[in-house]
Write a protein that binds this ligand. Structure first.
Ligand code: FE2
Ligand code: FE2
Ligand code: FE2
Length: 485
């Protein structure tokens, strides 16, 4: 809410070659080994989710600049010509879809779209950290850890860590040439080709200029073998047409995994039954990663999405919703502000009242969340619960102006948790409010018909009871509020 407007532990120290993503734990490895329907489902969920968040990473006010998906198409084409296995091509494409997730601000992102880069390593390392969480330092140092088997995105993280490493060396990783993971070398070249494209000119007309720029960095920035492959691919006109915005998704489907099926998500998992827990665990892990990407854009929201996710889970449980629904609620809370990737940090961190135009920009973010999550078939429930968090029961919310007749219990829960978390946190224009003050405001909003009375009334009790059961970022709440009427 923006309230300016409105297996067994191995204790022996062992060195491991983290630069080889295939040696890291790999969710796709279990997919290959398991021919059950769930394997397909997990794979499809990964694709659907990653395509959606790639769009979020490319958001600006003027639309989606399809950098990540273009790099994924280029990388999958180069990987395919290199003769890599389907599994490696899929891994490269997935990592390419999120390769710049460590970029924090729009300004930093713009700098990366220059061909010559001064110091591109920080965002690569940040991306690695986001994907590996608390275990990242140990993993970076090559130490095995107790939780290593629970790092589902370690292969992607390793590729992203090295995606700006230069072939000739001089990298912070101290790797050079063949020691740099192949997947990272492929993404490096694909990324630099993508930034050379001028969106205002026919792409096939730029072949000569782009080839020249890439050749100049042959055996310096780029693997010479990959440059050869790129030169061959670039000869045909369709290579360039495939990169146009209208054809990118079809190109990804054709080249990345040989035509992956329509992405499916939690709704399908719900119907699937038996191993649902594994599907939900992957979804929660992905949602936690992108909650971190969203939250780190501003120091004022550094735990907001994670706080809303835990709050929604706890309140859902307390109100008697089933376990799967509560876990989907957690995912909705983690992703509710995905659309904020389309709001500049100048607005997010502004230490003053927003202008009318800035308020208009902020009001767009739940609309963006709705459409980004809507691109993941099977996310129909999660999409609505997440993107209705600024709707109000009296119809005065945004962006859809829904009222109580259209807002489900779950959507009401996310809305209450969003207000609760936002009021508890510091903002550029005010410090975090005391729990008493938060309680007073929530109660007033419920009494005025904006928020759900039962959800507001039960929240303190739910959080108090959950405090000992969950490691939550949610603060203590000492007393139960009362509602009139
Ligand atoms: Fe929001
Ligand atoms: Fe990058
Ligand atoms: Fe990039």
């Amino acid at each position: 809410m923006d309230d300016r407007h409105i297996e067994k532990k191995d204790s022996r120290p062992r060195r491991r070659r983290l630069q080889d993503p295939e040696r890291a734990c790999d969710p796709l490895a279990s997919v290959d080994a398991d021919s059950s329907s769930l394997a397909t489902t997990v794979n499809d969920i990964l694709w659907g989710f990653l395509v959606s968040v790639s769009k979020a990473l490319d958001l600006s006010y003027t639309g989606i600049m399809p950098h990540h998906i273009r790099v994924a198409v280029l990388a999958s084409r180069i990987g395919r010509s290199l003769g890599l296995s389907e599994r490696k091509i899929a891994l490269i494409s997935q990592a390419a879809l999120i390769h710049d997730l460590g970029v924090r601000t729009w300004g930093d992102r713009a700098k990366l779209h220059e061909f010559e880069l001064n110091d591109p390593y920080e965002h690569a390392r940040d991306g690695y950290h986001i994907l590996t969480g608390d275990e990242s330092e140990a993993a970076l140092e090559g130490r095995r850890t107790e939780n290593e088997g629970r790092l589902p995105f370690l292969p992607h993280a390793v590729i992203i860590l090295h995606h700006h490493d230069r072939w000739e060396g001089g990298n912070p990783s101290r790797l050079q040439q063949d020691a740099i993971p192949t997947e990272s070398r492929v993404i490096h070249l694909a990324d630099r080709v993508a930034v050379l494209l001028d969106a205002t000119r026919p792409f096939n007309c730029q072949k000569g200029d782009i080839l020249k720029a890439i050749e100049e960095q042959r055996a310096r920035a780029f693997d010479p073998t990959l440059v050869e492959i790129f030169r061959d691919l670039a000869k045909t006109e369709n290579f360039w047409f495939d990169l146009e915005p209208s054809f990118l998704f079809k190109s990804l489907a054709a080249y990345a995994v040989g035509g992956f099926s329509a992405p499916i998500g939690a709704d399908t998992a719900r119907a699937g039954g038996a191993r649902l827990t594994e599907v939900i665990e992957i979804l929660e892990a992905l949602a936690r990663v992108f909650a971190a990407v969203i939250d780190r854009r501003s120091p004022y929201t550094h735990r907001h999405s994670r706080s809303v996710g835990e709050c929604a889970f706890i309140l859902g449980k307390h109100l008697g919703l089933d376990d799967l629904t509560c876990r989907e609620l957690r995912i909705a809370g983690l992703l509710h502000d995905l659309g904020k990737m389309g709001v500049s940090e100048d607005i997010l961190d502004k230490n003053a009242s927003l202008t009318e135009e800035e308020i208009c920009v902020v009001k767009r973010h739940p609309y963006l969340t709705y459409h980004l999550l809507g691109d993941i078939p099977g996310f129909s429930r999660i999409k609505e619960w997440a993107s209705f968090h600024h709707e109000r029961l009296d119809g005065r919310g945004y962006p859809f102006g829904l009222d109580g007749s259209s807002l489900s219990t779950e959507a009401r829960i996310v809305a209450v948790c969003d207000v609760f978390s936002a009021l508890s946190e510091d903002r550029p224009y005010r410090p975090g409010l005391s729990l008493g003050e938060v309680q007073r405001i929530l109660t007033a909003m419920a009494e005025n018909g904006a928020l759900d009375k039962v959800a507001v009334l039960e929240l303190p009790c739910a959080l108090r009871l959950a405090r000992d059961s969950y490691a939550t970022p949610i603060p203590r709440w000492s007393s139960r509020p009362t509602l009139t009427g």
